[in-house]
Design a protein around this ligand. Sequence first.
Ligand SMILES: NC(=O)N[C@@H](CC(=O)O)C(=O)O
Ligand SMILES: [Zn+2]
Ligand SMILES: [Zn+2]
Length: 345
Amino acid sequence: MSTLTITRPDDWHLHLRDGAAMAAVLPDTARRFARAIVMPNLRPPVTTVEQARAYRERILAALPAGMSFEPLMTLYLTDNLLPGEIDVAKASGFIHAVKLYPAGATTNSDAGVTDLKKCAATLARMEALGLPLLVHGEVTDPAVDVFDREAAFIARVLVPVLHEFPRLRLVLEHITTQDGIDFVLAHGANVAGTLTAHHLLLNRNAMFAGGIRPHHYCLPVLKRETHRQALVAAAISGNPKFFLGTDSAPHAKSAKEAACGCAGCYTAHAGIELYAEAFEAAGALDRLEGFASHFGPDYYGLSRNVERVTLVKEAWTVPAAQSYPDNDALVPLRAGETVAWRLQA
Ligand SMILES: NC(=O)N[C@@H](CC(=O)O)C(=O)O
Ligand SMILES: [Zn+2]
Ligand SMILES: [Zn+2]
């Protein structure tokens, strides 16, 4: 039986939600990852350092006894986030980035930015202090085809922003296209990108396999096979500009299996195992450790984890559903099917 031992990984893009939902999903992440960048798209969003401090404390309080996990907090960028809050955030020591959601682009993004020009003074402060901007990179213009929204956002927003703020630290989150990869490669070491396991493993056919598959619907939406191959090539390239961010995004089963279903795939239950599958399929298991455990902390200026974890090549069946609050359920990616690698206890 083959095994793979690597430095304990971190997740650089994670949705933990809040309250009972958070308590339901947090152990899946904490079992695998030492740290995670926690997304601020709660209702209401986490827009102040004080709100982030309270959210961080709720996460730590929800952690089961005996588990260690460090939540790395983020602030939600709005048109009204003042430059002074960036100074407070940087000084806090627990806020590691600011998240840009174009208003209306994705789940809980209503309070997001309507026009990035309104944030110029705040972005200037982030550039000066080296606090990264994490980006959901999709235009919301309904005239743009849903499959072209990442490329359009890069051209319309990101390239101009980096022209104005060339040293801004910027992470294009959950890259789904060759255009996204090219954008990261075309800029300096201040620009990086995260890749999800589901975008490495699935192309858009997975949303329509034998019928409509709401559990494969996320944003940015899955793209065609040529784009998936570009993401895999970047992930296994050994280029430290690309690192792991699951974008595990839990939604209740009833909210996914609906006439207007929510966007988001839940992957924390197999958060490192799914990446092992993708890297193995590409013949590059030896590149997993850099991607999952080294390049993220290096980018964020944090130390690499010391502890190690072992993955075993042994298939296991993902449960059909996990428990979720309000007598609902959570349907994880691969529900009822197998994952080829498992984490050694
Ligand atoms: N990825 C998703 O499809 N959904 C995320 C939001 C996001 O990361 O865009 C969520 O919060 O549910
Ligand atoms: Zn997003
Ligand atoms: Zn996300």
